[in-house]
Every structure is written in structure tokens, then in C-alpha cells.
Design a protein around this ligand. Sequence first.
Ligand code: FAD
Ligand code: DLZ
Ligand code: SF4
Length: 509
Amino acid sequence: MVTRLVLVLGDQLTPDLSALRAADRDRDIVVMAEVRSEASYVPHHPKKIALIFAAMRHFAEELCGDGWRVAYTEYDARDNAGSIPGELLRRAEAHGATEVIATEPGEWRLIEALQDCPLDVTLLSDDRFLASREMFEGWAKGRKELRMEWFYREMRKRTGYLIKGEAPAGGKWNFDHANRKPAVRDLLRSRPMAFTPDEVTEEVLTLVERTFADNFGTLRPFTFAVTRGQARRALAHFVRHQLAEFGTYQDAMLEEEPYLNHALISAYMNIGLLSPREVCDAVQAAWEAGEVPINSAEGFIRQVIGWREFVRGVYFFEGPDYPRRNALNHQRRLPPLYWGAETRMNCLAHAVAQTRDLGYAHHIQRLMVTGNFALLAGVDPAEVHEWYLAVYWDAFEWVEAPNTVGMSQFADGGVVGSKPYVSSANYIDRMSDYCRGCAYDSRQKTGKGACPFNLLYWSFMERHRDRFEGNHRMGRIYATWDRMEPDRRQEILSQADAFLTDLSAGKPV
Ligand code: FAD
Ligand code: DLZ
Ligand code: SF4
């Protein structure tokens, strides 16, 4: 029997991957490769590259231990072809193979590259998700609008998570109203589990240090899990020590506590070290045992079976052009402050510094600080998308693009969200401790020292009046704006313009 190649990508590190299930370990060869094309389509955070390479190397060892023949290419290998199709061709020639079995990649770019590869490539569906692409399509087709909440309820019924009889546990589908409390610093608050790099990971760290020294981001300390065993321990630790207050402090931001009660497991799920089902099973079990309240269990499960599955569905349903959409026609270049240039805006300085140091920021920091500012300032969503895809440890296009282009930048014109996520300083002040240490005043609406969010908020509304005035969720905003004195409105708009001019000129703001 002729040998076939089985492709396993850096975010497909799961032993029951559909490609591995379809293969024959006595006959086929697993191909895994660290390649330049994947490591450089955006300037990934060094921690992200290290996570993927270290987890790939550990997974290859595991496969070998399970009796698979693995052709593994390290980044520095002299004959490395530099791309996934290139590596497949090289291995095909070496082993006399013409057929490739692969699980569909999570990015159109790579799907297209595999379809164009001159080998006989079979793409199998990626069934690591709770909703297949087909299920999502069936749900989405013919609907006037795609709303996460309706999809989520459908997923609750299908999976049975937090369902009692036919009804939602606790009598409600969604406990979000209980999940908006600001937090205070608590030195006893548990931190995510940290792991000491072993020899394999140390080798990767040295490689990344040498090769990606110019990428934005700090490599060390590197404490992420790189095996399934470690990721499971991280999950158990979260469920035991942090989940109970996850809901309550989900939206809070504190300078000194980057993780608060967040799980720090997105990347482990995205690269295959954890499955969404085992994550939700663990949360459901803690709730059934009475260890965590319903607002936390529901809030968490909603993120995983709701948002995570919903955005993946949207990414594939909307098609390859989705990441390039620009419904609001925003053209400003991404300001250098996103890459660490000086800014007096404490919330932004802090979120960017944390992103540089950890490769992590939680959802509200991404949405209501860096995302909110980019949207209010009218930054080109393609540049915003590339930034998010580069700087976060968990960023893969299927999940990053709908969150950035859709939810955060409204560049899809309302596919993901019914209205743009924008706010003035009020929201950041209420949910964080950033404003206390800021050169600007969150309560000041105009004049020297006024917080730029307060100026930009109104100038955004005015610029996009035609589009948003008729939105029933935004009517009150325009009514408030229209009630202001004309002189005051003019002052706000002129000050916002001056701020944006400085921003575009590269002046520190
Ligand atoms: P927790 O807050 O503890 O949440 C638990 C889990 O729920 C996460 O691990 C994640 O798997 C899932 N989840 C929560 N919110 C979302 C969401 N909106 N979409 C999908 N899954 C969600 N998430 C990514 O995994 N990769 C990305 O590239 C990514 N880019 C984002 C870009 C923007 C602009 C925004 C606003 C959000 C983005 N998110 C992304 C969603 C979310 O911010 C991260 O999943 C979360 O911060 C990961 O940290 P955590 O594991 O501590 O999550
Ligand atoms: C993100 C990433 C990086 C940095 N490097 C590799 C790599 O060298 N080899 C590989 O197989 N995968 C890598 N990945 C993950 C891919 O980019 C990912 O599979 C696609 O973006 C599809 O989600
Ligand atoms: Fe950010 Fe404005 Fe608060 Fe400063 S005052 S931290 S710029 S929201």
C-alpha cells in the first residue's frame, strides 16, 4: 500500500484530529513543520510562536510514542521549504507519496494554499467544535440578522449544558446583568497556573529569541502550558480557584491584575490542547457540585459554546473577503502607540504594555480600550485586524477576525453586532482603575485635559450620523447630542479634529 501524508498544523494538536482518525499508523506518515510562511504572515508575538513550536514538538513526541511515524521539520532545518505546501511536496517526494489527508485549516489563506497544492489533498472537516460549519450554515441561512444570543440558546438546547428539563438552569438564559462589577485589588486572588519550561521548550525559546528578536513582545518569562496534561491542570486550577468569581468580575480591569478571574485557556483550546467539551464539562460539574454560582457557570459557558462557536460560524459563513471589510470606510493608519510608542492615555498605555509583556489582554481590554479607541479614531480595520492577529497568544483568523473586524470595529456593517461597541471615558472609569493615574481627566468633556475618549465619542457619532441615527438602540445617544448647545458641540468637534490631526502626525497624545 502506498504511503500517504497526514498533515498536522500547529493549531491542530489533538490526538483524535479528523486527519489522524482517517489515517493508518502502519502505513502513513504524519507531517509537521515549523515554517517561515506561518511564522511571518503577521509579526506574531514571540510568546505565541514559542507556544506553538513548543506544543508542536511535544505533540510530535506524543505521536511517536503512540506508534506514528512523524516527519517533523524544525524551523532551522537546512532543507526547510519555508511553507506548508512546500514541506508537503518535499516529504511527498522523499516518501513517494501523492496523497495528503488534512483537517481543514482555520484560515481561508491556508485552505486555498492546500487546494492549490499539486498533490491530491483531502480536506476533512475540523470536528473539534461543538457546531459544525454545516450546522451553523443551516441555522444562519435565511435569517435577517445573525445574533449570538439566539445561536447560544440553540447551542444550550443541543448540548444540554445548564439545562434542567427543558428550561435554562436558574430560570434565565443569560445572567450578564450580574456580571458587570468593578473589582478591587485582592492580593489573595488566585493567579493562572504557571509552568516551568522543560528542555524541549527551552530549546524553542532560544530559537525564538534568536530568530524573532525584532517582533513586538517580551518572550520571557514563558510560563504557558505546552502539553495537554499541563493544559488540563491549568483548566482544573481555574475551575477550582477562579471560576466562582469569573462572572462577577468578567468586565473589570485593574492595572496590577491582568488576569483577574479570567481562565487563560483560549490558546489551549485554539491549538487543540483542550477541547471545548472538556472545558464546559468541567464547568458544568463544578456548578452541579454547588461549587460555583450560576452567573459564573452560565457566563463562562456562554463564552465557549456561544461566542466562540458563533464567531467561527460567522468567519466561514461570510467567506474569505470578511477580514478585509470596511463598512465605515475608516482609513487612518494604526497609531504607533499600538506598538508601544509613548502615550499619555493611561488605559491605552497600560493595555498595550500588558499585551507586549504577556501576549494577553482580556476581552474587555481588547474590546473597550484598544478596540474602542481604534474605532472612535477611525483606524483602517485591516490594520487593526493585523495587529490583533499578531499580538495575542490565542490569535487565529477564524476567531480573531469576527471579534476584531466585526464585534470591535463594526467593519462588517453589523453582521456580528447590532451596534458599534463604543464608549466615552465613563465606561473605562467605572470598570477600571486606569483613570486615576492618567494625565487626562475622565470627567472632563472639553478643554485642556479632557479625556480623548469623550471628544472622539461624539465626533464618531456625528461622522456616522447617517448610518446610526436610525438604529433603535442609538436614538437616545443622538437625542442627548442634539440637546447640547451648538457652541459646545462645535467645541467638542474641533477639539476632536485637533486630536486626530496630532494622532495622524505621529505626535504623542
Ligand atoms: P475568558 O475570559 O476566561 O473566557 C473563557 C473562554 O471563552 C476563552 O478562553 C475563549 O475561548 C472563550 N471566549 C470568550 N470570549 C470570546 C469571544 N468573543 N470569541 C471567542 N471566544 C471567546 N479570542 C481568541 O481566542 N482569539 C483571538 O484572536 C481573539 N481576538 C479578539 C479580538 C478582539 C478585538 C476581541 C474583543 C476579542 C477577541 N477574542 C479572541 C475573544 C476574547 O478576548 C478571548 O477569547 C479571551 O480574552 C481569552 O482569554 P481567557 O482564556 O482568559 O478567556
Ligand atoms: C500560528 C502558527 C505559527 C506561528 N507557526 C506555525 C508553523 O510553523 N507551522 C504550522 O503548522 N502552524 C503554525 N501556526 C499555525 C497556523 O498559522 C494555523 O494553522 C493557521 O493560521 C490556520 O489556523
Ligand atoms: Fe483612558 Fe481617558 Fe481614563 Fe485616561 S482618562 S485612562 S485616556 S479613559
